[in-house]
Ligand binder design. Structure first.
Ligand code: M6R
Length: 608
């Protein structure tokens, strides 16, 4: 959840680290800090607040000269956001500095032991234990001290470490928290994610679990936890560097909303060949697909919402029972996975701790796992048996939009593929689905053209206390995501309900003027949803409908209607979600919220 950047080389380290941290602020932004070696000693500056505070404090890094250093942007877990809890953390003589992303699960017993050994703790963090443990084991050989510490700690970590008596080196370590290293002719870098160093190098190496990296100005050396040197392959990142910039948009979120036509195209086009769907990455024969008797989908947040959508589609098109689980539940509920089950995990970041744990749980029971993942080379991508990449490019805004759309597209392809192989989709239906699929990017463009209309409507609700979203079937899945988009960035309380469920309790919350957003894109349910609209209107609700163009009855039933183009009802989520993303975005903008960095959240949730 936190962001780490480190640099050692021929240039001043602090400005490079600040620049990299700015690209990682989406990972955490309640405090920031840097440790820079100035030629004699390590200096630390850190502060609660956004990275801007650290930039001002160090005058853009000018007050911290030096050619090596590590930096951190924090999403607090242990200890409130405060100057003292900010990273880096020092050992007692200020000769070792550590930045950490993750959680040290056994830090309490370790802390007690270190206190018994005479160490004093100044912060409430789990990370400080690492600084003192390193101090305890350090006898002049950093690699030896680091590996000894790794044998003692449990949990997840990506670390950047400086030793003042090894000024020509910095160290990096990882277990279950993302970390990459990179190199150019000027120096070497560590980072939690590629965008932090993309400006400087495209040659990166993914650090694997329990590997230690020694970086000098011109070399990278990799070691196991047993101090054995290993060779690693680097990869070349081929992203467009502009993809991680705002490109004239006010927020990353708006830019990413606007990128959705391209995202959908990029995800589906390479997999449509000669009127068929070809997903080579599945690594499953048609016989194996035919044998699938049950599908388990596991994910968190918005990715879970795409899973809920997929349940309706896979069950409808493939006639296979589908279970969808929130990953944090799946991993601890001792799930029943029977022979013939296919397990799918969905994740934008590929680093979500619970989803990764769910993947491991399924694998440990002998099941193969398909990952639907956006970030290439991420932990889930590497640990899954096969990976269906969503080609959304880097997604920076904490609230997902384009990766969500790409996940839906990938799931459509999968459902159509399985349905065709199983023979549950006729050739005519398959051909018509394919045509509708290809039209989605253009139809999304059309919806984006309604931006001003949605903005005007959203402006009326910047003061709203509660907003409800209702829908049936796939429209319920759309409501879940519409509601999350709104609340996570605008802090307006909102809930999504299966439309028929509202009257079992929640309808008591409807007051005069309460906004209810009713999603209605499933023709066989139009009338049922209208009945639910009538019920809430009778209690004073104002109803905004998101309805398909042919849903003419909605004009009268709702107070305000946004129409979405017609498509196959299985694909309706891809269209109906666009006005809901824009609605959430504009309510948040109207309230003056920090849209890209909502409070308390982080882009990739690498702790459970
Ligand atoms: O990276 P992942 O797709 O695994 O992330 C899952 C959720 O944390 C994520 O979708 C989260 O709910 C977003 N804030 C939604 O906008």
């Amino acid at each position: 959840m936190c962001g780490i950047v480190g640099y050692i080389g021929k240039s001043q380290a602090a400005p490079i680290i600040l620049d990299g941290l700015a690209k990682l602020e989406y990972r955490g932004y309640d405090s920031a800090g840097m440790a820079i070696f100035d030629g004699e000693k390590i200096n630390i500056e850190k502060s609660v607040g956004r990275l801007k505070v650290l930039e001002n404090l160090t005058r853009g890094g000018a007050t911290m000269p030096g050619f090596s250093g590590i930096g951190h942007t924090r999403w607090a877990t242990h200890g409130v956001p405060s100057d003292v809890n900010s990273h880096p953390h020092f050992n007692k003589n200020q000769t070792i500095a550590v930045v950490h992303n993750g959680i040290i699960e056994n830090y309490i017993p370790l802390k007690k032991k270190m206190i018994a050994n005479g160490y004093e703790f100044v912060s409430e963090t789990d990370t400080e234990v690492l600084a003192h443990l390193l101090d305890y084991y350090y006898k002049g050989n950093p690699l030896e001290a680091i590996t000894k510490v790794l044998h003692r700690v449990e949990g997840s970590y990506a670390l950047g470490i400086l030793f003042s008596d090894h000024p020509k080196e910095i160290y990096a370590v990882r277990k279950d928290s993302p970390l990459i290293v990179g190199q150019n002719e000027d120096g070497c870098f560590i980072a939690s994610d590629v965008p932090a160093i993309l400006k400087y190098t495209r040659t990166v190496t993914y650090v694997d679990n329990q590997e230690v990296v020694k970086l000098s100005a011109d070399e990278l050396h990799f070691y196991t936890v047993d101090e054995e040197e290993i060779q690693k392959e680097s990869v070349t990142i081929d992203w467009d560097a502009n993809a991680a910039e705002k490109g004239g948009y006010e927020h990353f979120m708006l830019k990413e909303i606007y990128e959705q036509p391209k995202t959908v195209t990029d995800t589906i086009s390479p997999r449509i060949k000669d009127g068929d769907i070809v997903i080579d990455e599945l690594n499953m024969t048609d016989e194996e697909l035919k044998a699938v008797r049950r599908i388990h989908i596991v994910a968190c947040g918005s990715a879970y919402h795409t899973g809920v959508t997929a349940k309706y589609i896979l069950e409808g098109l493939c006639r296979v029972p589908v279970e969808v689980d929130v990953a944090s539940e799946f991993r601890y509920r001792n799930p029943i996975l029977e022979e013939g089950s296919m397990v799918i995990v969905i994740s934008q970041s590929g680093e979500t701790a619970d989803t990764l744990a769910a993947l491991r749980e399924a694998k440990s029971r002998g099941f193969k796992v398909l990952g639907i993942v956006n970030v290439v080379g991420s932990s889930i991508a590497r640990e899954a048996d096969s990976v269906l990449y969503t080609w959304a490019g880097p997604e920076i805004a904490v609230a997902t939009t384009k990766a969500y759309s790409a996940q839906l597209s990938a799931l459509y392809l999968l459902a159509m593929k399985i349905g065709k192989v199983k023979g549950t989709i006729s050739n005519e239906l398959f051909a018509s689905l394919l045509e509708d699929l290809k039209k989605l990017p253009y139809q999304i463009e059309l919806l984006l053209g309604q931006k001003e209309k949605i903005q005007k409507f959203a402006n009326r609700y910047v003061g709203a206390k509660d907003i409800f979203f209702i829908g049936r079937g796939i429209d319920y899945a759309i409501s879940l995501e519409g509601s999350l988009k709104l609340k996570e960035i605008s802090y307006v309380h909102s809930e999504a309900y299966a439309a028929g469920e509202l009257k079992h309790g929640t309808i008591s919350l409807i007051e005069d003027g309460t906004l209810v957003v009713a999603v209605s894109t499933q023709p066989e349910l139009y009338q049922k949803t209208i009945s639910n609209i009538v019920e809430v209107k009778a209690r004073g609700a104002f109803v905004m409908a998101i309805a398909t163009e042919d849903n003419v009855a909605m004009e009268k039933a709702a107070d305000y209607t946004i129409y979405v183009p017609e498509t196959n009802p299985y694909f309706a989520n891809s269209l109906a979600i666009i006005p809901l993303q824009l609605f959430g975005y504009y309510v948040a903008v109207g309230k003056g919220c920090d849209v890209d960095k909502p409070r308390n959240l982080a882009k990739s949730v690498t702790v459970e």
